[in-house]
Write a protein that binds this ligand. Sequence first.
Ligand SMILES: [Zn+2]
Length: 196
Amino acid sequence: MVKTFFHRDINKKREDFLSWTEYFMATAFLAAKRSKDPCSQVGACIVNEDKKIVGVGYNGMPTGCSDDQFPWSKTAESELDTKYFYVCHAEMNAIVNRNSADVKNCTIYVALFPCNECAKIIIQSGIREVVYMSDKHAEKAATEAAKRMFDAAGIKYWQYIPQNSKIVIDFTEINWSKQPTDVHLHENIIKEMENL
Ligand SMILES: [Zn+2]
C-alpha cells in the first residue's frame, strides 16, 4: 500500500507518463474546456506525421460574433435563434487554426465523432485519420453520412478507449519536492518501509 502511494525513484525513468494517444486526446479535451456551449464542450487536436501538434480547436462562435449576443440554445421559435447556424465545430476550428502550411496526412483527435460538415472539411484538408472518443450520435444521419464519406475517401477512423477515465492536472505538482509536508511524508514512508 505505502510503496505505491508516495514512492518515486528519482533515478529511474518514470512509468506513469502519458502515451501519445492519451496526450493528444487530452489536449483535445483541455481545449474543449474553453467552449461556452451549455450542452457539448468539444475539442479537436491535429497531429502531423512527426507527432507534432499543428492545430487545436473547440466549438465556438465565429470571430467577431459575440458569445454573449449569438444564441446558444438548441430550440427556439425561429431557427435563426438557435446555435446551429452559427457555431463553428471543433474540427473546423482546429483546421483553420493550424500553424502549419497544411494538414495533409495528419491525424485529428476528437472528443466526438465528426458530423457530416466536419467530415467534408477533414477530407478536403488532407487529414487521413480520425481518432474519436465518443460515438454517441451514431444513430444520427449526419454521423452515418460522415462515415459514408470517410469510407469512400479512405479515411481511417477508430475509437480511442482510454486506460484511465481521468487525467488530473495539478498546478502544484511542479513544486512537489519543495512542499515540506510532502518531503516529511516521503521520509516517513521510506523509514516505515525500511522497518518492514
Ligand atoms: Zn461538425
